[in-house]
Structures are given as C-alpha cells and as structure tokens.
Design a protein. Structure first.
Length: 281
C-alpha cells in the first residue's frame, strides 16, 4: 500500500462523504475531519452527523449563496496555517455542489489543495448501469422547466457517449417522458435510485419502457436518483455551419436564423449573427 505525503499545515482538504450508507465514510475521511480546525459544510447540521458522538470541530456554512463572501475569510485562515476540510451534504464536493470558488481561490493563493476521495452518486450509478463507460458525459441536473429541459435534451441528442443525469426522484416521470420524446424510445437507460440506502434500485430498460415503469410505480418517484442514458449510436455527421447558415438565411429572418444556427451548431450567438449576416442580401 502506498502512503500519501505528510499533510502540510494550511491545507484545504476536499473530503467525499457517504451518499446514504454512513459506513462508506473512509478511515482517511474520519481522520481528516478530526484533524482539521474548520469544516466548511453546505449544511452544518447535516454534516454534524459525520461526527456521531465525537466532538465536531468548528463548522462554517458554505453554500451557493454565500460562497463568494465566505471564500476570502477561509483562504485567509488557510494562509495562517489552519487546515480546512470542505464537505457537501453527500458525496463529492463540487460535483453539482458548492466549492469551486473556494478551490480556485485556494489555488490563486498558492495554498495546497488535497483530496480525500470517496462516494459520488454519478460514478456509483455509472459503475452499476451496464452501459458503455469508457467515455461519458456528466450533465448533472436538467432545467426544471419542461421547455428548457427539452431544448437541452435536443442539444445532447447527438452525443455518442453515455450521459449521466441527476434528478430528484419526484421529477423522474416528467424527465424520463421528455427523454423518451426527445431521444427516442430505444436507447438503453438505467435508473439508479437511493444508492447504498434501504430502497436501493438499479433498473435498466429501453427509454420508453423505463419511462412507463417509473410512471406506473409511485415508489420509484421517491428519494434521490441518477439516470444513465446510452449515447446516440448513430450520430449525424457534423453540420457545416456555413452550409446551414446559407439555408437558414434564405428561409428565416436574420434573428431567428442566428438563433437556430447557434442552437444547432453550438457556436455562440455573436458568431452566428456574423455568419448569417454574410449571407444576407
Ligand atoms: N456531490 C454529490 C455527489 O457526489 O454525488 C451530488 C450532489 S447533488 C446536489 C444531489 C443529487 O445526487 C441528487 O439529486 C441525486 O440525483 C444524486 N444522488 C445523491 N445521493 C444519491 C443516492 N444515494 N442515490 C442516487 N442518487 C443520488
């Protein structure tokens, strides 16, 4: 077994914590959380359970809304030699969770940043999904509004690699219905729900069947879920933006043409306007 380098005082530790089963907290995570002077947590009450009966160190709340402001004071404490651990409510910090700004600020201040790796719902789901895992796209949460969600799925529909989505299970009927509509009925997909918990469910089916199975069973609409969806087996050849722009400029007013061009090709709106402009009369 190899041994990690000795900790340097004033290190920011990014510590993964369980996604359900507390036994998944690694010995190294326990040792790190006990050694640091401060734990920065998304929700300090949730993270206190990691200490069971042991005394918890000082806990500072770090969430989406206060991250920018809290970063500066945490980095100052790191620069004074205090060790800080960053945890999220569950899983690996920064993966659809806060922390990016703090880690970036620590690097800017040349403070050491170390990892204590562990559970991550996306990787756990991928590992049991039975779908190609050599390359994959992590999408995280889709937009909650149906129209935006469908637009985003359309943008992803050509991707040839396995895609990973986070979703609260109550949203699964709507999300899987949209996936069925936009991505088609036949792609294999896996629901990984309540991983490591009492009602853990892993179910693989064609998208159409998966959507129907979830809609018919209210139990599948409870808790936390990850959807892993196979990539497009037959991605269309890359669209040539110039050829597409010429056709769009013929058929649509310039603002609509630029909008559609940007959406279909992924180029930014300004470049799309410039290209459409070249074909204008
Ligand atoms: N940072 C976390 C990680 O590493 O997995 C993810 C945080 S994100 C805010 C929460 C989402 O992760 C949930 O909505 C769900 O999609 C997924 N998730 C978390 N725990 C899960 C579990 N036990 N089973 C399935 N999905 C889970």
């Amino acid at each position: 077994m190899s041994v990690s380098p000795e900790p340097t005082p004033g290190t920011l530790w990014i510590v993964a914590t369980p996604i359900g089963n507390l036994d998944d907290l690694s010995p190294r995570a326990v040792e790190t959380l006990e050694r640091v002077s401060v734990v920065a947590a998304e929700d300090t009450r949730t993270s206190r359970r990691l200490f069971a009966d042991r005394p918890a160190p000082e806990m500072v709340s770090l969430h989406e809304h206060n991250e920018a402001a809290t970063c500066a004071s945490l980095v100052e404490r790191l620069e004074h030699g205090h060790d800080i651990a960053l945890v999220s409510d569950a899983g690996t910090p920064l993966v659809s969770d806060p922390g990016y700004r703090l880690v970036a600020a620590a690097h800017d201040a040349e403070v050491p940043v170390r990892t204590v790796p562990g559970p991550c719902a996306a990787i756990a789901a991928l590992s049991v999904a039975g779908l190609p895992s050599d390359r994959f796209w992590f999408e995280g949460f889709l937009p909650p509004r149906a129209s935006q969600r469908r637009t985003r799925l359309e943008e992803l529909s050509g991707l040839p690699v396995t895609m990973i989505f986070y979703a609260p299970a109550r949203d699964l009927p709507a999300v899987t219905a949209d996936m069925h509509t936009v991505l088609g009925p036949n792609r294999p997909a896996t629901l990984a729900r309540e991983l490591t918990k009492l009602h853990e469910t892993v179910h693989r089916a064609r998208l159409e069947d998966l959507a129907e199975w979830i809609a018919a069973d209210p139990d599948q609409q409870r808790g936390e879920a990850v959807l892993v969806v196979a990539g497009n087996p037959d991605p269309s050849p890359a669209i040539n933006p110039q050829a597409l722009a010429r056709e769009l400029a013929r058929e649509l007013p310039p603002s609509r043409a630029a909008k559609v061009l940007a959406r279909l090709t992924g180029i930014n709106r300004k470049d799309a306007w410039r290209i459409i402009d070249e074909f204008g009369d």
